[in-house]
Design a protein around this ligand. Structure first.
Ligand SMILES: [Zn+2]
Ligand SMILES: [Zn+2]
Length: 1014
């Protein structure tokens, strides 16, 4: 007989606890196979991916049903971990919304290890809109003694006919015992039965796959042994109940029949219409467009002051052209909403990029509305507005405009959105984490108890091993875990904005500390929800912080163009490779290339960005070497003039198409069509192009040549507005670095304080500007790195040093304003006026913080004496006596510093790196700072010359003497005589063999200064 399998779990349950590797589509296929008619989402604790479920249901002609297997406690505010399972199904759309509301509440106010609903939330549901079932062996009935009067009876009373006792057909003894309890309750209250399969996979043999998935994650459910969690036909179900021997055949039949109540549920419809939130719900389309036009007019009045009047007509035309696209696609709400959000966020101190991402700067009205400051009408490279938004594209694909907002910090933008739309109308979206091939393979290896050393290298390069005798089968089998959802996180930057309460419409779940709308970014796109991306972008954090440090508002792009026009200082940085932290040009691979190209303008910098991508590789040398280049077709060269005759941008191709008579609106779509080369579609485009080009030039031969170039280039064209945006991001940095180096380097030293690689790069640039970094010094160091303008120095801060903090930094800076004749006077003030303790003092003294008063060894001795004799709590008279005594002690000290070996070891311990260096000492002199003898001995060597460190291996033969004692000890200074390179060994099929990576081995040295710890 037919039944409805409503109770089941897919891989979406894994985000709460690993449970299943089956996907919604697997259930749909099985339902069709068995002649079943519904597909019901019931994950653990939340609603799962409702949208995917819905799509799959429709694809397979099944009715979509919404349900959740909740975690239930009596009081969600109590610290109750009992978490009974409780199944609720929505009979209609109203029920679904109510369930989403209580699910959100469970995540917002009921979260304690799990999202939990309670009595209050359960009984807030309208009993007509839902069906509640007692669910599995982990229900309230098995977990609590008071299940009869405190659970079953009240639920029966409240939900009446919509409450069922759930039967499971498992033959496990635990289930059998549990079923007897259920039977008792049935007999007592006459509550109807309903059958549930509680599927976690489709076929019994898949139990092994599920177990392996769990074991790979180090999870074992021994109590589940013997439970069958498949999706069987009704014959199998009858048989299993018979084996249980608890219920009569009639009772089982009734329980199966009762699943058919789902046939009567409302067929819930979800739509893929555009769900653009409106901040003017009362206004008509015409009224809203009028409102937008009024705003644009006001903003144009402000902007036109900066534009020569002879060009006004071009701008007005641009505004008209773009506004018409907005009007005809009815997207005015997008611009009205984001205009308010961006404006308010900026009022709150929010920093938005002056440039942009993607095609957003291609709309001049985006500039007027404050989304970018790039002026496309006056741009050094052509930006086509239809690249951002075109009538045909928006209307045909029902897509929404999409701007990614680069911010220094997204918080003001989120706050502004909340203020404008409401607290319950904007949340982070979620991102489901799926197992990719390497993770799937590793999971299977772990489940099979393989050693990590053995499979690790294979997992890194599955492609190479896919035909390998030993690994082939395992790789193949691991595909059963492919794309299984195994975690969830808040999306890094995508937010859902909706003008209805999201807790009810979509549902909100808690991930870590964040509450997120239960929808991922891809789903939001295809279901036409509205998404804003607020990204945190380091380069804009740097730019805004440097402007703050120099006390100037951020220059706009027009201003930046003026400031950098022929500003040699700025362009010199690219030429000289002083590009650390500069966008697009600071990486190890980009730096030598930009030094070769030597850009001189934003236009060239943009070409550089587009030109160094891998897809332009074959032509790149021509661009970088600035070789004159031409396709030899004058009309085409004219089109390509702004990119030095190269096809660098998609916009170059769009220009060629416009030139041949295609309407601009169509050209972006044509790029994709040309790239696909689909027969039947490509021929008419080709013909139109040839005819158009010949009409302009009269040359068929040239037309065909250009077509060929376009066909080849269409795959690698880069979006010019994106290239220009990131070029400007780079230029802002270069301008600031060149003109305000002290402030720029201070900001980035603080920003990258914990990134030693970057800090190293930054330090190497400082001599270019004659800037010195001064180690921590009394009277100079603040909490962070700070500029010392008078001396062109940057002074290291002390707050980042272990055991020190901002308060100490401030207190010490304050007392340093006094004049001190001796270190003793300083110590007295520190004891009397600051919170500095002895550990902090010891660190500061040894790091040379008080260098102006003498050598650190002597100062430390004096401090020990002081600490022993002088207390804040002493009487004044005693203090004076003791001071005299300490003075006497001080007068006998000889000025000394800590021996160099101890000093470096201490610096490493306190700072994480050494700061003592001797530029005149030859580079072959190094100090041993660490030794690891777990495998082949490995030593860390500190270059006395510049304080950098490197690691070398040493063979045992060289490392130990005949008695087995090491030749080298930490602190020894040696002269390196010979370093050899040898391939790093790796494990192949259980044996060590030579790998591809080379390692440095210390081969010969000479002891220079043996370390004797004192
Ligand atoms: Zn359950
Ligand atoms: Zn379940």
């Amino acid at each position: 007989m037919r039944y409805n399998n409503y109770h089941k779990h897919t891989h979406y349950s894994n985000i709460i606890t690993p449970d299943s590797i089956v996907k919604p589509v697997d259930y749909a296929k099985r339902a069709v196979e068995l002649g079943h008619t519904t597909l019901c989402t019931t994950e653990h604790g939340y609603a799962g991916n409702v949208f995917e479920y819905y799509d799959v249901a429709k694809e397979y002609g099944l009715k979509f049903v919404f349900g959740i297997e909740f975690y239930y406690v009596n009081d969600r505010f109590s610290k109750d971990k009992s978490n009974s399972h409780l199944m609720i199904l929505a009979k209609n759309h109203r029920g679904m919304k109510q369930m989403q509301r209580i699910m959100s509440e469970a995540n917002k106010t009921g979260y304690y290890y799990k999202p939990r609903i309670d009595k209050e939330l359960l009984f807030s549901l309208d009993p007509k809109d839902v069906v509640v079932t007692s669910t599995c062996v982990i229900s309230y009935v098995s977990k609590h003694e008071d299940y009869d009067l405190n659970f079953i009876k009240p639920l029966h009373d409240y939900f009446d006919q919509n409450f069922y006792l759930e039967l499971h057909d498992n033959t496990h003894p635990m289930q059998v015992e549990y079923n007897k309890k259920i039977l008792e309750l049935h007999n007592k209250y006459n509550i109807p039965f309903i059958h549930a399969t509680d599927s976690h996979y489709i076929y019994p043999e898949q139990d092994k796959d599920r177990t392996e998935f769990l074991n790979g994650k180090n999870i074992y459910y021994p109590e589940e042994d013997g439970f069958i969690l498949d999706y069987p036909d009704s014959d199998a179900i009858f048989e299993r109940y018979e084996q249980q021997g608890v219920f009569t055949k009639d009772q089982v039949e009734a329980a199966l029949k009762n699943t058919l109540i789902i046939d009567e549920f409302e067929d819930i419809k979800l739509d893929k219409d555009v769900k653009m939130p409106s901040i003017y719900p009362g206004l008509s389309h015409e009224e809203k467009v009028k409102k937008l036009k009024t705003i644009l007019k006001e903003e144009w009045e402000k902007d036109k002051i900066h534009i020569p009047s002879e060009r006004h007509k071009d701008y007005i035309e641009a505004i008209k052209f773009e506004t018409e696209i907005v009007e005809e696609t009815a997207m005015e709400d997008y611009f009205l909403l984001n205009y308010e959000i961006v404006k308010r966020a900026k009022d709150k101190g929010g920093v938005l990029t002056r440039t942009g991402r993607g095609s957003a700067p291609s709309f001049y009205i985006n500039k007027l509305l404050g989304f970018t400051e790039i002026d496309r009408v006056d741009s050094p490279v052509t930006l086509y507005p239809t690249r951002f938004m075109s009538k045909s594209r928006i209307l045909e694909t029902k897509s929404l405009p999409d701007i990614d907002y680069n911010t220094a910090n997204p918080d003001p933008f989120i706050e502004a959105s909340k203020e404008i739309l409401g607290d319950d109308n904007i949340y982070y979206m979620v991102a489901y984490g799926k197992m990719k091939d390497s993770a799937a393979f590793r999971n299977l290896c772990r489940a099979r108890n393989l050693k990590m050393q053995e499979y690790n290298d294979v997992a890194k390069d599955l492609d190479r091993y896919k035909n390998h005798e030993k690994w082939r089968e395992l790789i193949e089998e691991s595909k059963k875990f492919l794309d299984v959802v195994d975690n969830i996180s808040p999306h890094p930057c995508a937010f859902l904005l909706l003008d209805k309460p999201i807790t009810e419409e979509i549902g909100v779940i808690k991930i870590g500390d964040e509450h997120c709308a239960l929808i991922d970014s891809g789903t939001s796109d295809s279901w036409k929800y509205f998404k804003n991306d607020f990204l945190t972008v380091t380069v804009w954090q740097i730019i805004s912080e440097v402007y703050e440090a120099i006390g100037k508002p951020i220059d706009d792009i027009r201003q930046l163009n003026k400031l950098t026009y022929n500003d040699e200082k700025t362009w010199e940085l690219y030429k000289e490779g002083i590009t650390a932290t500069l966008n697009q040009t600071g990486t190890d691979s980009a730096k030598p290339q930009v030094m070769q190209y030597k850009p001189q303008s934003a236009r060239e910098l943009s070409a550089f960005v587009a030109g160094i991508r891998p897809s332009f590789e074959s032509m790149k040398h021509l661009l970088l070497e600035r070789k004159p280049f031409s396709y030899g077709i004058p009309a085409f060269d004219a089109i390509l003039k702004e990119s030095d005759n190269f096809v660098l941008y998609q916009e170059n191709i769009m220009s060629a198409l416009v030139y041949s008579g295609f309407p601009e609106d169509e050209t972006y779509g044509l790029l994709k069509a040309i790239a696909k080369k689909k027969p039947g579609i490509i021929e008419p485009i080709y013909e139109r192009f040839i005819n158009g080009f010949v009409k302009q030039t009269g040359s068929l031969e040239q037309a065909e040549k250009v077509w060929k170039i376009i066909e080849d280039a269409v795959g690698y064209g880069f979006n010019s507005s994106h290239a220009l945006s990131v070029a400007y991001d780079s230029l802002y940095g270069a301008y600031l670095k060149a003109n305000y180096p002290l402030e720029y380097y201070t900001v980035i030293l603080n920003k990258y304080e914990n990134d030693t690689t970057m800090t190293d790069k930054i330090y190497k640039e400082l001599p270019y500007f004659g800037i010195k970094v001064i180690p921590i010094r009394f009277g100079k160091s603040k909490a962070q790195y700070s500029p010392d303008k008078a001396n062109n120095n940057i002074v290291k801060g002390i707050a980042s040093i272990k055991f020190l903090n901002e308060t100490i930094a401030e207190e010490l800076l304050e007392i340093a304003e006094n004049e001190y004749e001796s270190f003793l006077d300083v110590l007295i003030d520190i004891e009397e006026k600051t919170s500095c303790n002895s550990r902090q003092m010891e660190i500061l003294i040894k790091l040379g913080f008080f260098e102006q008063f003498g050598g650190n060894k002597t100062l430390h001795e004096l401090y020990l004496k002081f600490k022993e004799r002088y207390k804040k709590t002493h009487k004044d008279k005693t203090k004076q006596q003791r001071i005299d005594e300490i003075k006497e002690f001080a007068s006998q000290l000889i000025d000394e510093s800590i021996p160099v070996q101890d000093q470096i070891l201490f610096e490493k311990e306190a700072l994480g790196y050494g700061q003592t260096a001797f530029p005149k000492v030859h580079k072959s002199y190094v100090m041993v700072t660490e030794i690891d003898t777990k495998y082949s001995p490995r030593v860390s060597l500190y270059l006395m010359n510049d304080g950098t460190e490197r690691q070398l291996k040493v063979s045992k033969k060289h490392f130990y003497n005949e008695q087995g004692d090491p030749y080298l000890e930490v602190g020894d200074i040696i002269k390196v005589l010979k370093v050899k390179q040898q391939p790093k060994k790796k494990l192949v099929d259980g044996k060590w063999a030579d790998g591809e990576v080379m390692e440095d081995w210390l081969h010969a040295w000479e002891m220079s200064k043996k370390y004797k710890s004192n």
